[in-house]
Design a protein around this ligand. Structure first.
Ligand SMILES: [Zn+2]
Length: 99
């Protein structure tokens, strides 16, 4: 029998195993950007959201290749993941503890 451990808490998973598959990819082609696009507010939004992603360390702007992640999760971490897929609570806690 295959043995799995939870990718989040590291505990071994007895029977109830959950799998999260995440694919992260740019939703635009950087080669296709024109000057008109650069004037566009929506590009600014894209840039902002990319910066946000970059600040969490999950996304590097230079790497425009789609990235795929796969996590095995125990039932407890699965529930936590569903409640906060982007780990925003954890990011907020980190920001607070910096000072
Ligand atoms: Zn877990």
């Amino acid at each position: 029998m295959l043995h799995y451990t939870c990718d989040s808490c590291g505990r071994s998973i007895e029977s109830e195993r959950y799998v999260a598959r995440v694919e992260v990819a740019p939703a635009f082609d950087p080669e296709d950007l024109t000057e008109e696009d650069l004037d566009d507010d929506h590009l600014e939004q894209v840039a902002e959201s990319l910066l946000e992603l970059e600040s969490t360390g999950d996304f590097v702007l230079d790497e425009c290749e789609p990235r795929k992640f796969r996590f095995d999760l125990c039932p407890r971490c699965w529930k936590k993941y569903l409640a906060d897929p982007l780990g925003r609570d954890a990011a907020r806690r980190l920001n607070f503890s910096k000072n």
